[in-house]
Design a protein around this ligand. Structure first.
Ligand code: NAI
Ligand code: UGA
Length: 422
């Protein structure tokens, strides 16, 4: 099938590359020329396991990239993957969705070929029918050969290619059968459950899924804070809790909280949506509140151990919002470092991949190319990201003045680290 993927960011790039791997002819459209050039030269603009190989196999063959929308005219499906960032009031900012929909619509003017515009970006319920449909229809001169679908994406960064290729489920929302059937044919060889719903339910499933996962994490953190006050190991507790198949063992890791480009933004958007209808989302508000407090708790523990932090040298290991990525969006390391700077700390940071990205946020701190470098002469150490390689650290901590190590993630395998909430 000929497919145009609109937006070549995380989701667009993975979607385009994976659909090319499935044998489709894909064009990725993005307004960012640098990204387009990178994709066309088979250079991944983001770090993601397996992506480089996919680009090497398909770039310039059945995977093309362009800043223009011309490919839409020849495609049977366009898939909108542009960003839906958090607006100032916590709502989803839909300006990129509107402009992508208008551009697609313009290309489909007078086209006689049936085309389905599919929204993959995370959008509030009602966006596809209330914003995308009118924008496309108006720009296309009300072309009757256009259908619409909503196909939320559930991939995780770091294992995005595998998540796309082997998802737990595929959700396809459409208000007419023909559009939904065409999108479903993209997944015909996936061998998983495909759930067909209406447009608004598909949109809401994405928000409810991310909010539920975020709730599991904040719940574990709250239990962890209680456990700490009793001297109980929350990891042992949650292992026992997660053995119940109704709960599952996943997303029960307590620590310094959730970050990333989606959980904080999507929980905020759902809160905003609820309030707009007069519903007070008590639980979701608390989910965010717990998450705001966790990275600051780690500093409180450090203070208990070291006293006044002014002038102290503190190593921060891990800057990415989670392991196996260079993405620092909403990383829990950011509020922690902000607080350390406020306290007059000399911050020495190390991340296996995210140093460069963090330099743009905190140019004033010192970056190291190894954990050992960051730990040299440090008064204390905070571990903020669950990088697997941190589990092998031990002797490196001997470089510190004294081994005062506070873990925000359960990743170290040394006996003398103190957990943030365990
Ligand atoms: N990052 C992730 O792991 C996941 C993200 N999502 C959702 O997918 C959507 C996209 O997220 P990301 O890929 O992370 O965003 P991103 O910010 O990495 O990429 C968005 C891309 O859209 C491009 N763009 C903006 N306006 C455009 C236009 N008019 N025409 C063409 N391209 C345009 C930007 O230049 C950028 O490259 C969001 O709604 C997000 O919530 C869903 C699942 C996973
Ligand atoms: O909508 C999205 O963008 C995506 O958001 C998350 O994926 P992602 O943000 O890539 O990362 P996760 O692995 O979910 O981790 C998110 C954050 O939660 C934290 N986390 C995760 C699990 C856990 O048990 N405890 C915990 O604190 C991680 O450290 C990280 O900061 C979801 O897992 C995806 O299903 C979804 O598609």
């Amino acid at each position: 099938m000929k497919i145009s993927v609109v937006g070549g960011g995380y989701v667009g790039l993975i979607t385009g590359a994976c659909l090319a791997e499935k044998g489709h002819h894909v064009t990725i459209i993005d307004i960012d020329k640098e990204k387009i050039n990178a994709i066309n030269s088979a250079r991944p603009p983001i770090y993601e396991k397996g992506l480089e190989e996919l680009l090497a196999r398909h770039s310039g063959k059945n995977l093309l990239a362009s800043t223009g929308y011309e490919s839409v005219r020849d495609s049977e499906i366009s898939i909108i993957c542009v960003g839906t960032p958090m607006g100032e009031d916590g709502s989803a900012d839909l300006k990129y969705i509107v402009s992508a929909a208008e551009s697609i619509g313009r290309e489909l003017k007078n086209s006689g070929v049936y085309h389905v515009v599919t929204v993959k970006s995370t959008v509030p319920p009602g966006t596809t029918s209330g914003i995308v449909v009118p924008a496309v229809m108006s720009a296309s001169g009300n072309n009757p050969n256009i259908g619409f679908a909503m196909n939320p994406e559930f991939l995780r960064e770091g294992i995005a290619v595998d998540d796309f290729m082997n998802p737990d489920r595929v959700v396809i929302g459409s208000d007419d059968k023909k559009s939904g059937d065409l999108v479903e044919s993209l997944y015909s060889d996936f061998n998983i459950r495909i759930l067909r719903t209406g447009l608004v339910s598909a949109e809401m499933i994405k928000y409810a899924s991310n909010s539920f996962l975020a709730t599991k994490i904040s719940f574990s953190n709250e239990v962890g804070n209680i456990c700490k006050s009793f001297g109980i190991d929350v990891y042992e507790v949650m292992e026992g809790v997660g053995l119940d198949h109704r709960i599952s063992p996943y997303f029960l890791n307590a620590g310094c909280g959730f970050g990333g480009s989606c959980f904080p933004k999507d929980v905020s958007a759902l809160i905003h949506l609820a309030k707009s209808k007069g519903v007070d989302p008590v639980l979701l508000r608390s989910v965010l509140k717990v998450n705001e407090v966790q990275p600051l708790l780690i500093i409180e523990i450090l203070k208990k151990r070291l006293g006044d932090l002014n002038g102290k040298r503190i190593a921060v290991l891990g800057l990415a919002f989670k392991g196996d990525t260079d993405d620092i969006r909403d990383s829990r390391a950011v509020p922690a470092i902000e607080r350390l700077i406020m306290e007059g700390v000399d911050v020495h940071a190390f991340d296996p991949m995210a140093n460069e990205n963090m330099k743009a946020v905190f140019p004033e701190i010192t970056y190291h190319d190894s954990a050992a470098g960051a730990l040299e002469n440090a008064d204390g150490c905070l571990v903020m990201t669950e990088w697997p390689e941190f589990s092998r650290l031990d002797k490196e901590f001997d470089k510190m003045k004294k081994r005062v190590i506070i873990e925000g993630r359960r990743i170290l395998s040394i006996p003398d680290a103190e957990g943030i909430c365990w």
